[in-house]
Design a protein around this ligand. Structure first.
Ligand code: FES
Ligand SMILES: [Fe+2]
Length: 416
């Protein structure tokens, strides 16, 4: 007989501090899998990765191995990569185009919607069509601007409800495309990281670290990013509800009122793009081109960092994978080329931003595994927070408003 002791999450998660064991306890990680990764919505991939009928690509929901397929009618499915016979993987290739998957072990075949098509030497089963078996199918699949989310929980709320105000940030990304749509088909880089996934999720909208962790790269490139995350910045950190958060940089960009400054360039460097946006949006184009792209963390694993998208996959309490890709705006080839090369420069294998962050994640994991002090402090800015007209908590550019909101949501989920 096994006994399970329930973790007291309200003791471990307090308004301005969180306990170190949240990053180091395998039992807490097991709880997170059930409640967050299998119980809620998780970002899986993008519809543009399976553009054609019968395209498929291997993905993940937490440690689960998922095949994202598009059937011949155009519908997207998330299949669990496990044969219904004796549990072998049915798909080995990272991506491809096929209407069916054939298990390598005993040759059972499945349609890309999950149905069992056939099994060799069927007399052993009394003939054809006798087996009431199929691949595991993720019961809920919904998408927003092509961002595909899945949930193992059939009762989960509609995706739009989970996204809440974060949906508006994905709208903001899509409207930067002259066609109003984005693609994430440039390929994903995969960074294995020896750190708890929450250290990454918390860092995505931590405006306190950039000047220190990325100071060297800002200084050698003459980047304008640094001042956005200083105590003089007019940018704000906003808790968007449901654990989502953003660094809203628009106040800074509006101050300068320079189109394309958000992208570190000027309209004359990307004339075709700017012309296409002006043709589509008329006078409204200026504001769009000044305000730029969102910097938003969608709980628990989707991070849109202006021109890159990240997908965080937890593997264990102290290991995760960061997948990253360049945003591609449909109808903007001129910008897309630059987005790709900037992404390689910042988050590629020899990139200058993600390497710095990853060093911090791994040191952070080593640090929180030490015994004392037991707590992590997240009180920064608590005394200067306010509520914006939409009812969201906002703090200064370098404040820990987003972390406090992340933990509040996390606590709610873990206590259910
Ligand atoms: S395990 Fe797949 S066919 Fe036997
Ligand atoms: Fe960073």
């Amino acid at each position: 007989m096994t006994t399970t002791t329930r973790v007291d999450y309200s003791a471990l998660i307090q308004p301005t501090r969180v306990h170190g064991s949240l990053y180091t306890d395998p039992a807490i990680f097991a709880d997170e899998l059930e409640r967050i990764w299998y119980g809620g919505w998780v970002f899986v991939g993008h519809a543009s990765e399976v553009r054609e009928p019968n395209d498929y690509v291997r993905k993940n929901i937490g440690p689960q191995d998922i095949i994202m397929t598009r059937d011949r009618a155009g519908e997207i499915h998330l299949l669990v990569n496990r044969c219904a016979h004796r549990g072998n993987l049915v798909c080995d290739a990272p991506s491809g185009n096929s209407s069916a998957f054939r298990c390598a072990y005993h040759g059972w075949t499945y349609r890309n919607t999950g149905e069992l098509l056939g099994y060799p030497y069927n007399k052993g089963y009394g003939g054809k069509g006798n087996l009431d078996l199929k691949l595991g199918v993720v019961p809920r699949v919904e998408s927003y601007h092509g961002f595909v989310f899945g949930s193992f929980n059939p009762e989960v709320v509609p995706l739009k409800e989970h996204l809440g105000a974060a949906a508006g940030e994905l709208d903001r990304l899509a409207r930067l495309s002259p066609e109003g749509t984005v693609s994430l088909d440039a390929g994903w880089l995969r960074h294995q990281t020896h750190a708890n996934w929450k250290l990454l999720a918390e860092n995505e909208t931590d405006g306190y670290h950039p000047q220190f962790v990325h100071g060297s790269i800002f200084s050698v490139t003459g980047s304008t990013i640094g001042p956005l995350y200083s105590d003089n910045s007019t940018a704000v950190t906003r808790a968007l509800g449901n654990g989502h958060s953003e660094n809203d940089l628009r106040p800074e960009f509006r101050k300068f009122a320079e189109p394309m400054r958000w992208f570190g360039t000027t309209p004359d460097r990307v004339p075709e793009y700017v012309a296409a946006m002006r043709a589509k949006h008329g006078d409204a184009a200026e504001e769009i081109l000044i305000e730029g792209a969102p910097h938003v963390m969608v709980f628990p694993n989707l991070f849109v960092a202006e021109i890159q998208v990240f997908n965080i996959q937890p593997i264990s309490y102290n290991e995760c994978v960061q997948f990253s890709t360049a945003v591609q705006l449909d109808g903007a080839p001129e910008l897309n080329k630059r987005m790709l090369s900037q992404s390689i420069g910042s988050v590629g294998p020899a990139g200058m931003l993600l390497a710095d962050d990853t060093e911090m994640y791994e040191r952070n994991q080593r640090g929180v595994e030490q015994r004392l002090p037991e707590w992590l402090d997240i009180r920064r800015g608590v005394g200067r927070e306010s509520t914006d007209p939409d009812g969201f908590r906002i703090g200064g550019a370098t404040d820990e408003t987003a972390m406090r909101a992340f933990w509040q949501h996390y606590k709610n989920l873990m206590e259910q």
